[in-house]
Design a protein around this ligand. Structure first.
Ligand code: NG6
Ligand code: CA
Length: 519
């Protein structure tokens, strides 16, 4: 008897210890968070959101296993302000200079600013951003041949592997942490606004040699047979091929996830697909009927598959919240001749919505938005209003992290909605903006949508089209007019008046996130 208990006693203790340990771990270890942000992907661009000219099986699987939002938004209809808002949790219109960042832009988010990354990092997360940055690097201007800081590492990321701006802007080099990767000091990298020498080949002087022609802008330095916005010389050993970008993001992400899997981690996977120039890897070229724009959607879908397969392989899926979203709505011709319009057919990139990139109609900011966390998020659909700006406060809540009072001024905790909880409310209102701080806003409250155009002009989704004249204010009822076609401002003057005032108050107040009274 004694002998038996001697044998069994320690093993019972071990089992108990293991059990306690695993409960403690399950309770104390918050989930990993992977945010996959597509570039210029519209509401109607994937098959689970109604596209039938293209199939996106991996993104669709994410949607069918998790929650598919029909009122999921990004904050702005261009990249830089959406990314600014996503990271800082604050509307970009509150800060001048947060429009589309040029090649030599300094860091737009000041070192030390609380961000979704820094908040999670303080709660023990490992943090990384891999892919497109487009929020500037450095003080004054980037030191391409030196230390590129401040940048992501100064606002809460432990690691970054970046395309510095967009791939239609110079230079075509990777930035790893604080440096340009594979830069040869004997061949320094120079980036500027002026032609560096009279004989420097450009998209103007060598147009007939280009492998993809430009349609507007994008006619400066040529790299890989494609002319870009801005000029650069040198850095030859550091230059990448456009075709390899997505493979690189996936390779680097897998590597980083593998080496950080024993900690809670936050990965911002920032795809460049389907931004111009749409030059995908050879194995995706021509695989869709929509031309390079469609091929880029297929490449994006492949990336999503690679990431989810990695989580499965490492047995991390059940402890990982994946969020899939976009940085702005769709655009067809964004500066290169790539058949996007010619091969569009019946494809409706913004789905049922009006507008797209560059304007404040729904098509500019209402985009695919999916959350997946097997075992925690039920499979389903939600029309709760959620926005990329809310990920900071919501992920902070998920990680039990402290949000400084003066941080994330417009980020709402919509975690219950993101987790697909029954009857969970999203936002009660949301402000959308276009690129700059020029006074083009959309305010959605319930099903009402107020548009404000201080300049009385709105940009079209095609840059080569002239801006359109519009009234300073228009009002739409999204419940019966999701396409924002019938301005009902005269019939509902009281609603419009209230919303105009609400918008003015939101702008003037400097913040919309309420501080809990007990804090
Ligand atoms: C515009 C570019 C466009 C794209 C956009 C930024 C021209 C004529 N157009 O200025 O091609 O690069 O900026 O896109 O240069 S975003 O998705 O990063 O906001
Ligand atoms: Ca974009």
């Amino acid at each position: 008897m004694i002998f038996r208990s001697l044998i069994y006693f320690p093993s019972a203790m071990t089992v108990l210890a293991l059990l306690i340990n695993s409960f403690a771990n399950a309770d104390s270890r918050p989930p990993n968070i992977v945010v996959i942000m597509a570039d210029d992907l519209g509401y109607g661009d994937i098959s689970s959101y109604g596209a039938d000219s293209i199939q996106t099986p991996h993104i669709d699987k994410l949607a069918s296993e998790g929650h598919r939002f029909t009122s999921g938004y990004c904050s702005a209809s261009t990249c830089t302000p959406t990314r600014y808002s996503f990271l800082t949790g604050t509307y970009a219109f509150r800060k001048k200079g947060t429009g589309i960042a040029p090649p030599n832009s300094p860091a737009l988010i000041k070192a030390g600013t609380p961000t979704i990354a820094s908040i999670l990092k303080q709660s023990g997360y490992r943090t990384a951003v891999i892919g497109k940055w487009h929020l500037g690097l450095g003080e004054g201007k980037p030191e391409w041949n030196g230390a590129l800081k401040p940048g992501p590492l100064e606002i809460g990321f432990d690691h970054c592997f970046l395309l510095p701006t967009t791939n239609d802007r110079v230079p075509q080099v990777y930035v790893q942490d604080h440096h340009v990767l594979n830069l040869d000091p004997k061949d320094p990298l120079w980036v500027g606004k002026q032609k560096p020498s009279d004989d420097h080949p450009t998209g103007m002087t060598h147009r007939s040699t280009l492998k993809m022609d430009w349609s507007h802008g994008h006619n400066s330095t040529i790299h890989n047979g494609i002319s870009r916005i801005g000029f650069y010389t040198g850095g030859h050993t550091a230059r990448f091929r456009d075709e390899d970008l997505s493979d690189k993001w996936v390779e680097q992400s897998i590597k980083w996830i593998e080496s950080n899997q024993n900690n809670p981690f936050f990965l911002f996977f920032s795809s460049h697909d389907l931004h111009v120039p749409r030059v995908v890897h050879e194995r995706f070229q021509g695989i869709t009927q929509l031309g390079p724009r469609g091929d880029a959607i297929a490449e994006l879908d492949w990336c999503v598959g690679q990431l989810t397969e990695t989580l499965d392989r490492l047995k991390l899926s059940e402890n990982t919240l994946v969020v899939f979203c976009s940085d702005n709505g769709p655009v067809m011709d964004d500066g290169y001749v790539d058949d996007a319009i010619e091969k569009q057919g019946n494809h409706r990139p913004a789905g049922p919505y009006r507008g797209g990139k560059y304007n404040v109609y729904e098509g500019g900011t209402r985009t695919p938005f999916i959350t997946r966390w097997p075992g925690t998020i039920p499979s389903g659909e939600s029309d709760a209003m959620v926005c990329t700006i809310d990920l900071a406060a919501s992920c902070a809540a998920l990680a039990n992290a402290k949000m400084p009072e003066e941080a994330c001024l417009d980020s709402f905790d919509v975690l219950d909605a993101l987790l697909g909880k029954k009857n969970a409310q999203g936002r009660d209102h949301l402000v959308q903006q276009d690129n700059g701080t020029g006074g083009n806003y959309g305010l959605r409250v319930g099903n009402w949508k107020l548009l404000r155009h201080d300049s009385k002009r709105t940009k079209n989704t095609e840059l080569r089209l002239k801006p359109r004249q519009v009234a300073p204010y228009t009002l739409y009822d999204l419940s019966n007019d999701p396409g924002e076609r019938t301005n009902v401002i005269k019939d509902h003057a009281d609603v419009a008046e209230k919303m105009k005032q609400q918008l003015a108050n939101i702008i003037a107040a400097g913040r919309t996130r309420q501080i809990a009274p007990n804090k």
